[in-house]
Design a protein around this ligand. Structure first.
Ligand code: GAP
Length: 506
């Protein structure tokens, strides 16, 4: 679950206005250039629903492919389950009982909103996680009124965040739910996959799919949505193996960037080796293996600057009761005012398989031939919100310079890698540029051709969509078969032979 909003909103940089402007600037570019925009805009849209435009979809594909290539290690597999699952699944998982947010309603104008967020915003105190009684007391004692019309507020009540739907002709007699996480599918598929995968542990089941949460007050644009994509891996293993890790020697001296629950006060982040985290913080080796793996994904694959990254521990009160260890990935998002959660590493123990075993009355413990014993596997979950990560990358790599706006994306996630431009579209330059573009695409480089407007405007356009390189075909090209390659961040230019262009760009 998400960490309390109060912790999420520690401001690291300057004034509120700058934050609002940055958010506005990013969303203006996103909407104008086809990265993301509100769904059903022509009908006024609905909060919490966004569409990926052509560039956003390219970027999302790239993120998901990078994620799969990186996390699907030996004996890790991808599955595709369903978004609609029967109610028994969520009775077992606890979502029907516990997946609730506190709701309050204005008695006059009937505006409904999240009681805890309202109390936090009004009183500037931490309110997430408070009981309904405590929230009501705070509202009464502080005489808080409807933020829309100033009317009296009704007593707060729990609101379940799942979307119920009816199936087939049975209608309301057969209620199912849109799944609020992809995680349930791997749990439901565990036994079959165990058999198919030669009855061995550990193994990982990953799923990238839609999740649905009926957020009462979706906020922060593209960051908190009602329909979003998750990329999750469930690692099933023998609980006795939690403190073992085959490649331990290779990772033991790797330094993690940690903010433990008790380090929050001074906003301290400690750099600590996996070895020390194992000995001093008592984090098991398998858990540490995935912590360093997740950290490296951000620092090395996505090239997030070290200063903008931290692994953030949830305290005992904040994490779900079954999560023995729970650290989230927090990234520093200037547009949202500080460090925010984008992913999590949850040690869910035997909770999920145990609960489904009980609910379904089907045995999910398995016999391990090699060890001659029966176990109910434990689960380590690596959970990422894809859309949140896309938004985070937009924010982290956004630069607003005097002459231009740009996204300084690394090529691995840039929606388009190269823009190919003829200096002018006459004298055979356009045809030559089209040939260069075709050749780059054949070489597996995602390039696109553009001849509209001045060359300066075309450079600004590709900067604004985070394209790392621009290739210009000019009159010299027609004489010596060389082109100009302009690098987005430094704006430096160099001459390259067409015959060497694809290799040089790669
Ligand atoms: N299976 C575990 C799970 O779902 P979670 O912390 O509730 O855990 C995991 O969600 C990730 O999903 C979060 O770190 C975040 O990136 C993303 N996420 C959660 N709620 C979201 C929302 N309303 N909109 C967008 N992303 C969300």
């Amino acid at each position: 679950m998400a960490a309390p909003a109060q912790q999420e909103s520690r401001e690291v940089k300057g004034d509120k206005q700058a934050k609002v402007d940055r958010l506005k600037e990013i969303s203006n570019i996103a909407e104008k250039r086809g990265i993301f925009f509100p769904t059903a805009e022509i009908y006024g849209g609905k909060a919490g629903f966004y569409t990926y435009g052509h560039l956003g979809k390219l970027m999302k594909n790239r993120f998901e492919n990078l994620w799969k290539g990186y996390f699907l290690e030996e004996n890790f597999w991808e599955i595709e389950g369903n978004s609609i699952l029967p109610s028994q699944v969520f009775e077992a998982s606890g979502h029907l009982k516990n997946f609730n947010d506190p709701l309050t309603e204005c008695k006059s104008c009937h505006f409904r909103f999240r009681a805890d967020q309202f109390v936090e915003d009004s009183l500037k105190i931490k309110a997430e996680g408070l009981s309904i009684e405590d929230l009501d007391k705070l509202i009464r004692e502080n005489k808080l009124k409807c933020p829309r019309c100033g009317g009296q507020l009704a007593k707060a009540e729990w609101f379940n965040m799942m979307f119920p739907i009816t199936i087939g002709a049975a209608g309301s007699k057969d209620i199912s739910y849109l799944s609020p996480e992809t995680a349930q599918n791997p749990f439901l598929s565990f036994k079959r996959e165990f058999e198919a995968l030669r009855k061995k542990l550990p193994f990982g089941l990953a799923m990238i799919g839609k999740a649905f949460r009926n957020e009462i007050s979706p906020r922060q644009l593209f960051f908190r949505l009602r329909e979003f994509t998750q990329a999750e891996v469930q690692v099933f293993f023998d609980p006795e193996e939690i403190d073992s890790c085959p490649g331990w020697k290779k990772i033991s001296s790797y330094k993690l960037l940690l903010q433990s629950a008790k380090d929050r006060k001074g906003d301290k982040v400690q750099e600590i080796t996996c070895e020390d985290a194992n000995k001093k913080l008592k984090l098991p080796k398998m858990y540490l293996y995935y912590m360093q793996k997740m950290q490296r994904f951000y620092l090395e694959e996505l090239r997030v600057p070290k200063k903008d990254f931290r692994l953030y521990e949830l305290s005992e009160e904040e994490r779900a009761f079954y999560n023995k260890y729970h650290w989230d990935i927090y990234l520093n998002l200037e547009a949202l005012g500080g460090f925010k959660e984008v992913a999590g590493l949850h040690y869910r123990g035997g909770h999920d398989l145990g609960a489904h075993e009980k609910q379904s009355q089907k045995e999910l413990a398995v016999f391990l031939e090699e060890k001659k014993k029966k176990v109910l596997p434990h689960v380590l979950e690596l959970s990422f919100g894809v859309d949140r990560n896309i938004f985070a990358l937009l924010d982290i790599f956004f630069r607003s310079e005097k002459e231009r706006n740009l996204f300084a994306f690394p090529p691995s996630i840039a929606p388009i890698e190269v823009g190919v431009f003829p200096l002018v579209s006459k004298d055979g330059l356009a045809e030559k540029a089209q040939t260069v573009n075709d050749e780059l695409r054949k070489a597996g480089i995602r390039s696109f051709y553009d001849e509209d407007g001045s060359i300066g405007r075309r450079y600004r356009r590709v900067d604004e969509i985070g394209t790392p390189f621009a290739v210009t075909i000019d009159y010299d090209t027609m004489k010596d078969n060389t082109v100009t390659v302009r690098e987005r961040d430094s704006m430096k230019q160099r001459r390259v032979k067409i015959a060497e262009l694809a290799k040089s760009l790669k």
